[in-house]
Design a protein around this ligand. Structure first.
Ligand code: NAD
Length: 471
């Protein structure tokens, strides 16, 4: 074990192609030995993950405070507890989900066994982003393990404190022969992607998602791509505005707006917009007092590049609330922009920061046209009491998922698949969908040499005749 651990260290520091080739080869040999297939091994890894979450909680909280100024409440609820919930769900259902399925069969197969076996793919590469750098690495990791795969995990270089913690604690708690952490940035990931993997699970931007998709394509490796996009919020005058404003602002402010499913922009009438802004002023004051910068609960922007990118958006339209920033701390206050044009830069790419632009529309039909004229978002949020309006927006638009009168919480319903569509991603996970993502469902027809079966099936043999076709 210690030898392997040293090798992993070498891979981390050098990032050479030869190291990655040898790492993948070595991992494949272990996979082929069958070690990861036993339920006992898989359960043990999941239980060890729970122990890791418990014993390393403080270390994880500190790393996220370093990377993102993320407060304890957000780290525990959105990173640690969420991951714990997914592990518990996998442990609870592992036996049931991994059992062979026996689908119904036609009369011609009455004497046969018809089964679906759940087969691990082999070596899974998990590539994580920096915004929820723990959860978005560890949930796919444990899903792949639960399904009996070996895993190579590559966390984001931008959240370097969390990556360092993952590289330290994962080998300590999980099987070092089967699970590896590779630390590195673009050049390391580019080298890593030259290797042949059996599945790639990527979370990050759409632009890089296409690079990953191309690299996977070379080997016909199946992928899950959990990407981003501009998730619109439609608000009409039937909505309970007090609750709507709270839920929308919370979705935008948590993690400083650096959430893939954050509400990106609001579509509403000018009348609703004006009322929204009045309420938003009070609510933000209630949450963060007069100056959100002083609040311990408000996250900072991950790095200088992203900070500079976001600050430029503050010149779009007119600032109705906020607009404060501080380069030294990479701080941007919760900001609402009005008089924004659909052609403004803030309305082109995913914002991924605490800035909420408003676009005025007159009704739900205009909102639908606006949404459909753009790439499919990860989520569509609808705030309305009118069932017909809810149904209209759900049925006439395309998005990964939908939240009605709520933001973000659809992510936590583990019986719902989470994923994008079109530019916002391929595939989905959470709960059973996580398990299913990492298994190949192998259809098996198992016959014996029963004489009756042979007689019944003999009409398939030549010489053919029209009469035989009627069977
Ligand atoms: P990113 O795509 O820049 O980076 C993600 C990972 O890809 C990192 O590990 C990085 O090292 C690697 N990477 C970056 N450039 C690469 C390249 N040229 N070749 C190979 N690998 C490369 O994304 P990010 O900035 O970390 O995350 C933000 C984006 O992720 C947003 O668009 C957000 O919406 C999306 N996101 C989606 C989800 C989801 O579940 N759908 C969750 C979180 C974030």
């Amino acid at each position: 074990d210690s030898d392997l651990s040293n090798d992993t260290q070498t891979t981390q520091t050098n990032g050479k192609m030869a190291d990655y080739a040898s790492l993948v080869d070595r991992t494949r040999t272990v996979f082929l030995s069958g070690k990861t297939r036993s339920l006992e091994w898989r359960k043990k890894q999941l239980k060890q993950t729970l122990l890791m979450l418990e014993e390393c909680e403080q270390e994880i909280i500190s790393a996220l405070a370093t990377d993102l100024h993320k407060c304890k409440f957000e780290t525990v609820s959105t990173e640690i507890k969420f991951t714990e919930g997914e592990v518990i769900e996998l442990l609870r259902h592992l036996k049931e989900w991994s059992a062979d399925e026996k689908p119904s069969k036609a009369i011609v197969n009455i004497l046969d066994k018809v089964e679906i076996k759940k087969e691990p793919y082999g070596i899974v590469l998990v590539i994580g982003p920096w915004n929820y750098p723990f959860q978005l690495c560890v949930v796919p990791l444990i899903g792949a393990i639960a399904a009996g795969n070996c895993v190579i995990l590559k966390p984001s270089e931008l959240s370097s404190a969390t990556s360092a913690v993952l590289a330290k604690i994962i080998p300590k708690y999980l099987d070092q022969e089967c699970i590896h952490v590779v630390v590195g940035g673009v050049s390391e990931t580019t080298e890593l992607l030259k290797q042949r993997f059996d599945y790639i699970f990527y979370t990050g931007s759409t632009t890089v998602g296409k690079i990953i998709g191309n690299a996977a394509n070379k080997f016909l490796t199946p992928v899950t791509l959990e990407l981003g996009g501009k998730s619109p919020v439609y608000v009409d005058n039937t909505a309970d505005l007090e609750i709507s404003v709270k839920r929308i602002l919370w979705g935008k402010c948590i993690n400083g707006g650096q959430t893939c499913i954050a509400p990106d922009y609001v579509l509403c009438t000018e009348e609703v917009q004006n009322k929204f802004i009045e309420k938003a002023k009070h609510i933000l004051k209630e949450w963060y007092a007069d100056n959100p910068k002083e609040s311990p609960d408000f996250t900072r922007i991950i790095n200088e590049n992203h900070y500079q990118r976001l600050v430029k958006y503050l010149n779009n339209g007119k600032v109705a609330i906020g607009g404060d920033c501080d380069a030294r701390e990479r701080y941007i206050s919760p900001t609402i922009l009005i008089d924004v044009k659909p052609t403004d830069p803030v309305m082109q790419d995913e914002i991924f920061g605490p800035i909420l632009p408003f676009i005025n529309i007159n009704n739900a039909y205009e909102a639908i046209n606006f949404i459909n004229s753009r790439e499919s978002p990860l989520v569509l949020y609808i705030f309305s009491k009118d069932r017909k309006v809810q149904d209209l927006l759900i049925s006439q638009t395309r998005s990964g998922s939908v939240g009605v009168n709520e933001t973000l919480m659809q992510y936590c319903v583990d019986t719902l698949p989470f994923g994008g569509v079109g530019n916002s991603g391929i595939g989905a996970y959470h709960g059973k969908y996580t398990y299913d993502t990492f298994v190949h469902k192998k259809g098996c027809l198992i016959k014996d040499f029963n004489k009756l079966g042979e007689i019944l099936g003999s009409c398939r043999y030549p010489p053919y005749s029209d009469k035989k076709l009627s069977f």
